[in-house]
Design a protein around this ligand. Structure first.
Ligand SMILES: Nc1ncnc2c1ncn2[C@@H]1O[C@@H]2COP(=O)(O)O[C@H]2[C@H]1O
Length: 456
């Protein structure tokens, strides 16, 4: 845990303190940093994560300032400025999602991407909450009310205990008793009654309907289909107003999809962030990656054969899968007839394509058939042939060397499976590049024919 003091407000933060891009994690109403435990290991492979205890929750003291969603958002903006020198990925759950969206609206420069789990949009919680939980919470505001309730809590009269599970989780949710107990303990933490009541009002005041379209950073919105806390009516507002957002509904999950349906939730997040842990891969390995600037790579991809016609969010996904390699002049990237497990994109310099051809004396020599420049794809032929595909030519760095991005074909195929519309666009782009090369070759053949004619 680290402690930050921002504007005199002490903030306790669970972090992994890596020299890597920052991911800021904002929990929801009546919760704490613990909200993020299932995701921390995977996020830690690429990010320096900061799971904050919001003022008044977990170990962070209650604020002296009146609570509004805007105030929380501005405080998070100052925290980002303190912790990072570039835009950060922001994840928000429930009320934390409302804070994250408000942050992106008020400080778009600070947010690289948003991932929102069951976010509060309208501020109107479910009827369940309004009928049973809210009166309880509003009563807690006063010291006497709080005392009476904490006494009742330990008696068979405590209806809140019985109601908590169906409100928070889906009927068939896979949640362990241990996780449930911890989430419940956070929700009922003594001494937080006043903050809980203030946040209940703040969420209503922070209504984001009508503003979603103005959110600039690419966003993924994940929702448990049986959410009884933040109703799916709010997911409807996202679908209706914010068509650029990547909205995903997860069956058999309620308000805590990352606990209830970890695999599915993680697969969506991993493919959005380009984390190398798509569960459809054998062993779902968590790999340590070199820290590339994903935003910069995504920007570069917009001018490449592979990145044409992709949205910014889609380019970010592809960028997250890229590794960067530097090759000295004449270094070999791939050998003809070897198995092809990677797709390459030339980032800088040149890559020569060499085919082995037997001359009149039957001696094999390498002939350069093409030169690939920045933005062009190489290695797509083996990839398109599928498993066991072999390289059709040697690939060799040109005279001044080459910088190349590579994508492991297993990750690329996992991405195709996971996001069919992105997969289709990428396959179209690969096909387009092949068509272009065939056209050039046809034209070169015609030209050679015409020249031969003139000499005859
Ligand atoms: N005639 C050609 N023109 C341009 N590129 C080629 C040609 N033949 C092969 N290649 C590239 O060289 C790569 C070698 O590996 P692949 O066969 O996987 O994919 C091949 C193409 O990207």
């Amino acid at each position: 845990m680290s402690t930050y003091v921002i504007d005199g407000q002490e903030l306790h933060i669970r972090d992994n303190r890596r020299n890597a891009p920052v991911a800021l994690l904002i929990h929801g109403w009546s919760s704490s940093w613990f909200t993020w435990t299932p995701l921390l290991q995977a996020l830690g492979t690429r990010y320096s994560y900061m799971a904050v205890d919001l003022p008044g929750y977990g170990r962070s003291p209650a604020p002296k300032h009146p609570i509004t969603i805007e105030w929380y958002a501005d405080l998070m903006a100052k925290l980002i400025e303190e912790a990072s020198d570039r835009p950060v990925v922001v994840l928000g759950h429930s009320m934390g999602g409302q804070i994250a969206m408000t942050l992106a609206l008020r400080h778009p420069m600070l947010v690289e991407r948003l991932i929102l789990l069951n976010p509060v949009v309208s501020g109107r919680l479910s009827t369940f909450i309004n009928l049973f939980v809210a009166p309880h919470i509003l009563l807690e505001r006063t010291r006497l009310g709080g005392k009476i309730l904490s006494y009742l809590e330990n008696t068979p009269l405590s209806y809140i205990n019985q109601l908590m599970k169906p409100i928070l989780f889906a009927e068939r949710a896979a949640i362990s008793q241990q996780d449930y107990d911890r989430i419940r303990a956070d929700a009922r933490r003594p001494g937080q009654g006043a903050v809980r009541a203030a946040c209940y009002e703040a969420m209503k005041m922070g209504d984001l309907r009508g503003k979603l379209k103005q959110i600039q950073p690419p966003a993924q919105v994940i929702w448990g289909a049986e959410d009884n806390t933040v109703p799916l009516r709010d997911a409807g507002a996202v679908a209706d107003e914010w068509t650029e957002a990547d909205l995903r509904l997860i069956p058999n999950a309620g308000h805590w999809p990352h606990f209830e349906q970890y695999e599915t939730t993680m697969r969506y997040i991993a493919s959005f962030l380009g984390l190398p842990i798509l569960p459809s891969l054998p062993n779902a390995q968590v790999q340590q990656q070199r820290d590339l600037d994903v935003g910069e790579i995504a920007q570069f991809l917009s001018n490449t054969e592979l990145g044409q016609d992709l949205s910014e969010a889609q380019r970010m996904r592809v960028a997250g899968l890229c590794h960067q390699h530097h090759f000295a002049p004449q270094d070999i990237l791939a050998l003809e007839d070897s198995s092809g497990d990677e797709l390459f994109i030339v980032q800088d310099g040149q890559v020569d394509v060499l085919v082995r051809i037997s001359n009149e004396l039957g001696i094999e020599e390498s002939r350069r058939v093409n030169v690939l420049m920045a933005g062009q794809i190489a290695g797509e032929m083996a990839l398109i042939q599928g498993k066991g595909g072999r390289r059709t030519a040697d690939l060799r760095a040109g005279k001044s060397g080459a910088t190349v991005l590579s994508i492991d074909s297993r990750y690329l195929f996992a991405l195709f499976e996971d996001d069919a519309s992105l997969g289709l666009k990428l396959m179209q782009n690969l096909a387009r590049s092949l068509v272009q090369r065939l056209r050039v070759q046809n034209w070169q053949l015609q030209l050679a024919e015409q020249r031969a004619e003139v000499h005859r």
